[in-house]
Design a protein around this ligand. Structure first.
Ligand code: ZN
Length: 431
């Protein structure tokens, strides 16, 4: 940061626009309290004919952190005044999230030239008030091997996102994130998720925006440095044993009364427990199938009510999608779903929060919804699975139901144990 600041100061010394910067220093900050005694809100406003800005940033009880934040704000302001034409408008906002003793701040900046906001950038600080230290990503994931697993998860989650999928369809070069730790240096941690802001410069291809990836904390809990974990390993009973090889079969979008029935019959014959991610509207239509799934001992997950892209909904509609489904299922079996899977794997921290139960994704997509081909499903499972994989299938397709006995036979031959989504979560925590 200091290098950048130095470069800009140097430029200004020999640049005629130094006038502008002096003027920018004249604005009076307005300081107000926030709900958190650790943080005050600072507001800077400039409304001159050549340029406008509205900047809000936090001022904390730590002078060390304030110094770093102030340097960032100065750099943002100077870069804006240097690089944007007259009549541009800069807006800087921030948000704060907490995880245990840590504070995470994200400064987001956007610039409007003419009528459009043309860029959005993010700078984050994750701060430990007890040591007055701004944490690097390597302190959060201190073990290289575990950090690598997190990177893989981030890439996988990115591949699931709609905008990346659209990008990959149009471009021969698939979007991938650089491996060096610097690419992951902008992150915030809340009580239930960790979010990465991956700048365009850390992507292999020309992507139009910062790539924002949110991972539920429970997915990476055992990769975190011990002091940041919320679940202590000791709290999990030591007599729980981890199967050497395990796989979790999951079925989405049902139930119906044809292929779901066929799948339940197969699972019963093979003495296997699976997980069904139910759509509320399907449950309403087919309550007897929900009863059967429960009676057979499978796990029931919530998959929203009507399968929307939850990231695109407002808070109250996300809540509705979760709660309506819970309500229907509760009215049939007297229990709420124990896991949640967002449609299309599309979620953000609001979804994680309102789901109230762990968000479960998958790492093997059989693409059964796309090809409706039993041989292809079997091939996908064989080539994509690793130990402790979660396999995504859809119980509403007859081809998927027909593939299932073959999939199970193959996995049994390889001595896999079949576990439910919650059991797999537990395994991953014990690992
Ligand atoms: Zn679905």
């Amino acid at each position: 940061m200091s290098l950048v600041t130095f470069a800009i100061v140097y430029l200004f010394t020999f640049n005629q626009s130094s006038q502008k910067v002096n003027a920018a220093e004249d604005d009076q900050p307005e300081i107000s309290n926030t709900a958190d005694p650790f943080i005050e809100n600072v507001q800077l406003t400039r409304n001159s004919p050549d340029s406008k800005y509205n900047i809000q940033y936090p001022k904390t009880k730590s002078s060390r952190l304030n110094k770093t934040i102030n340097e960032s704000i100065t750099t943002i302001k100077e870069e804006f005044l240097l690089n944007h034409p007259n009549n541009s408008h800069l807006i800087v906002n921030y948000k704060v999230v907490k995880h245990k003793k840590l504070y995470s701040f994200v400064l987001s900046q956007k610039v409007k030239e003419n009528t459009d906001f043309i860029e959005k950038k993010y700078i984050t600080f994750t701060f430990d008030p007890t040591t007055e230290e701004i944490l690097s990503i390597n302190q959060v994931f201190p073990k290289e091997e575990q950090f690598n697993s997190v990177k893989k998860l981030i890439q996988k989650t990115a591949n699931h996102s709609k905008s990346v999928q659209q990008f990959n369809k149009k471009n021969s070069n698939k979007l991938s994130i650089h491996e060096h730790a610097h690419a992951y240096s902008n992150f915030i941690i809340s009580d239930n998720s960790i979010r990465f802001y991956i700048s365009k410069v850390h992507l292999n291809a020309t992507y139009s925006e910062t790539l924002i990836i949110t991972l539920p904390l429970h997915m990476i809990e055992n990769y975190l440095a011990p002091e940041f974990r919320t679940i202590k390993k000791e709290t999990i009973q030591s007599n729980d044993s981890i199967p050497k090889k395990a796989i979790s079969l999951t079925f989405d979008d049902g139930p119906n009364t044809t292929s779901t029935k066929f799948i339940l019959k197969t699972l019963k014959e093979e003495k296997i427990k699976a997980t069904f991610f139910i759509l509320g509207q399907q449950a309403k239509e087919n309550p007897e199938m929900i009863k059967q799934i429960k009676k057979d001992g499978h796990e029931i997950g919530n998959h929203s009510f009507s399968h929307p892209d939850l990231k695109k909904l407002n808070n109250s509609d996300i809540k509705k999608q979760v709660q309506q489904t819970n309500k229907v299922i509760y009215s049939i079996i007297g229990e709420n779903p124990t896991v949640f899977r967002p449609p299309y794997g599309s979620y953000d921290e609001r979804v994680i929060k309102y789901a109230k139960v762990p968000v479960v994704l998958w790492d093997v997509d059989t693409l059964d919804w796309k090809y409706h081909n039993t041989k292809f499903i079997l091939k996908r499972v064989n080539t994509e699975k690793t130990n402790y994989s979660t396999v995504l299938m859809h119980d509403i397709h007859m081809t998927s139901a027909e593939a299932l006995p073959h999939v199970i036979q193959q996995l049994k031959k390889e001595q896999y144990t079949f576990v439910t989504a919650s059991e797999m979560l537990k395994i991953k925590k014990l690992q």
